[in-house]
Design a protein around this ligand. Structure first.
Ligand SMILES: NC(=O)c1ccc[n+]([C@@H]2O[C@H](COP(=O)([O-])OP(=O)(O)OC[C@H]3O[C@@H](n4cnc5c(N)ncnc54)[C@H](OP(=O)(O)O)[C@@H]3O)[C@@H](O)[C@H]2O)c1
Length: 329
């Protein structure tokens, strides 16, 4: 049986990828700081800590390494520079012990977003992968939509609770979301390929942010007034809400990335499932609880699994697959 090591096997994207790997017969070992959900006991786990000897030990004997590690927000002493260093440590350890193939999960248009810390860091790690490995794939998702995600779930949370939704700069800028299940399939396909690849994980439909908000409204059964407001004002409006939520809802850089249309792919889309259809099927359970991202990664939820094993974006049971209430406020 072929062995894969993956970061974040009980987190968001990694959890869906781990389930897809199991379905395809891989032996899965994950590096994560979350506890193993009961239905994931076939996945072995070790701490995700950035110590070279530890990483070498955990990666030894793997045929494939899938790296999903990254940070969304610089916080608690972590910066995008430390995320770059940690990524290089992880990938370097895989190289040291001779892992056959590496799949690195990056972000769409990393090279076009180098005015933004998140994208600039991703671009540096992509360059490292290209320089250090002979057998690799770089997979670049746009916006991954699935159970218990942060952005779409929390937009719906706002839509459910407030009579209006101020749209930064009118929302004419476009995005190309992809379902979590399609993302997992593309990442595992990349792992099983033998070619060096740099591919986007993007869905079949491109829409403006305003159109996306309309889809989310339809999915959760509300109609809200959506006034256009200057971007700076939307961030200002969010400040007191963020203080109350004790979270960072949207950063200035994330808004700039949206406006630069970095979540739109320039490749033929590999995602086949309609995100709109997924949202229509799952909108009823979205946004019922706020997903507190700081708590998920730095606070009391940082050891809880993000998704239950059967979720993985497939939702065969029709549930949202989210961890039980408590992940949000
Ligand atoms: N979600 C999206 O819409 C999206 C879009 C484009 C690109 N991506 C990329 O896809 C990959 C997976 O994203 P995701 O949203 O699914 O991420 P995630 O599940 O939140 O985290 C992925 C991995 O990074 C680790 N991690 C995250 N924040 C951390 C922190 N502050 N300190 C230490 N470790 C941390 C997690 O550790 P634990 O295992 O302990 O949780 C997990 O192993 C990332 O490289 C991301 O940049 C995601």
């Amino acid at each position: 049986m072929k062995k894969v090591v993956i970061t974040g096997g009980f987190s968001y994207t990694g959890s869906a990828v781990a389930q897809e790997l199991l379905r395809r017969g891989w032996q899965v070992h994950t590096l994560t700081n979350r506890t193993t959900p009961p239905e994931c006991e076939s996945i072995s786990a070790a701490p995700l800590c950035f110590e070279r000897e530890h990483l070498r030990r955990e990666l030894a004997g793997a045929d494939l390494f899938i790296n999903t590690y990254w940070i969304r927000i610089p916080w608690g002493g972590q910066t995008f520079d430390t995320a770059v260093d940690n990524s290089k440590l992880l990938l370097g350890a895989a190289k040291d012990v001779g892992v056959d193939r590496v799949v690195h999960v990056s972000v769409s248009n990393a090279a076009q977003g180098t005015n933004l810390g998140y994208y600039a860091g991703k671009d540096r790690v992509e360059a490292f992968v290209r320089a250090e490995f002979d057998n690799y794939a770089i997979v670049r998702p746009t916006l991954v939509v699935g159970p218990n995600d942060v952005l779409s779930n929390n937009i719906v949370w706002f839509l459910r609770r407030f009579p209006f939704f101020p749209v930064p700069d009118g929302g004419g800028y476009r995005l190309q979301p992809i379902t979590l299940a399609d993302t997992a399939r593309i990442i595992v396909d990349a792992g099983e390929s033998k070619d060096n690849q740099q591919i986007d994980a993007a869905g079949p439909d491109v829409m403006s942010f305003r159109e996306y908000l309309l889809v989310l409204q339809k999915a959760c059964g509300v109609r809200r007034w959506m006034p256009a407001v200057p971007g700076w004002l939307s961030l200002l409006i969010l400040k007191p809400i963020e203080l109350l939520l004790r979270d960072i809802v949207l950063t200035k850089e994330e808004l700039l990335g949206l406006k630069q249309e970095l979540l739109v792919s320039k490749q033929v889309p590999l995602g086949t499932a309609s995100v709109e259809e997924w949202l229509m099927e799952n909108g009823g359970t979205m946004g019922c609880a706020y997903v507190n991202d700081l708590r998920r990664h730095f606070g009391r939820d940082s050891a809880r699994p993000v998704l239950t094993g059967n979720a993985a974006g497939q939702n065969q049971d029709g549930s949202d697959g989210a961890a039980p209430p408590g992940a949000g406020i």
